[in-house]
Design a protein around this ligand. Structure first.
Ligand code: ZN
Ligand code: ZN
Length: 336
């Protein structure tokens, strides 16, 4: 079967690999659609320092059940998507249902080989039946779920103000689910094209360009009160530190993106607000099912989010293009 392997940073090779055998307790999935994530771009660029190469990328995917077994709830022909964070089920986090931050988490396409291939055999629990949505939509559930999880953690309420800093796909997902909870959403980014996209497709209330006047603009937009919840989705340490300034008194700060740095903040500024600081990592099955329902209900502008497509065999040639900011890529989907 065709498999695209990231051999070393910058090099993607098409290989012919053996189709996997389904083991007991597993479902064999024929992969049909794979979303390209920022993580994949980092792997390709060599910015994932603890990743071992060669690696087959791809953790956002949907497909069709090729073979399963009684008791799995899945039969051949079912349209499915995969929760790519393989959790152990018995660590302290898993025992609390927080499988998203399992101590021994193994993420497909990062810690073990992912979906830039034709078949994967996976434990039933991570293969979820997609009811009444398309393969394209099912392949978009993972990144949307990361946003949905962050919004659920924030517990933002209708009428509250949300600020989303960073409008890559994850920031966009945070904006979508904040708005679905009735929040007034402002987005902040350095990229004008992304702000235009958010206004056109995500129904955000305001979009502010990062620059010398941005804080005054945010102050003005909120009558000097700033934001009940600030979400960081920048992947930038300086931006994460700066976000503390935008929290309202009594507000929350949710760090969705991750950096390999130490970040710091002023304790008096933090304390006088009685701010709540939280991390948000991955998503749980509850978030995946909620996003699936939102897609079924037509609440997500998934067609607009899917800006680019290519086939699996085109990946070695065309993947590089997705890194070019002038291409306006939001979510690329690979067809297998
Ligand atoms: Zn992803
Ligand atoms: Zn665990």
């Amino acid at each position: 079967m065709l498999t695209v392997v990231c051999e070393t940073p910058g090099s993607l090779l098409a290989q012919d690999r053996q189709k996997p055998e389904r083991a007991p307790g597993e479902t064999l999935v024929r992969i049909k659609r794979v979303g390209v994530c920022g993580t994949d771009l980092h792997i390709f660029n060599g910015n994932q320092p603890f990743l071992e190469y060669p690696r087959v990328m791809g953790h956002e995917f949907s497909g069709i059940v090729e073979e399963s077994e009684a008791g799995s709830g899945l039969v051949a022909g079912d349209v499915v998507y995969v929760m790519p964070y393989l959790s152990c089920g018995d660590c302290i986090a898993c025992r609390q249902g927080k499988t998203n931050c399992c101590v021994r988490i193994q993420v497909l396409g990062v810690h073990r080989d992912g979906a830039f291939t034709e078949y994967l055999s996976l434990p039933h629990a991570f293969v979820l039946k997609a009811n009444g949505i398309t393969l394209d939509q099912a392949a978009m559930i993972e990144f949307l779920s990361i946003g949905a999880h962050a919004v659920r953690r924030s517990d933002i309420q209708a009428g509250q103000r949300a600020l989303v800093v960073g409008t890559g796909p994850i920031g966009m997902a945070v904006a979508i689910f904040s708005r679905l909870r009735g929040a007034q959403v402002t987005v902040l980014d350095t990229r004008e094209d992304r702000l235009v996209f958010c206004k056109a497709h995500l129904k955000v209330s305001s979009a502010v360009l990062i620059g010398a006047e941005d804080k005054q603009q945010l102050e003005h937009l909120t009558q000097g009160e700033f934001f009940d919840v600030v979400f960081d989705a920048t992947g930038n340490a300086k931006a994460m530190e700066r976000g503390f300034e935008f929290i309202a008194h009594g507000g929350k700060y949710v760090l969705v993106s991750i950096v390999r740095d130490t970040i710091s903040f002023s304790d008096p500024e933090f304390h006088k607000r009685e701010a709540t600081l939280m991390g948000s990592r991955n998503a749980t099955v509850e978030d995946f099912r909620y996003v699936e329902q939102c897609l079924r209900d037509g609440l997500i502008p998934d067609a607009a989010l899917n800006t680019h497509r290519m086939t699996l065999s085109e990946v070695p040639e065309r993947f590089q293009m997705l890194l070019d900011p002038t291409q306006g890529v939001v979510k690329a989907i690979v067809e297998c």
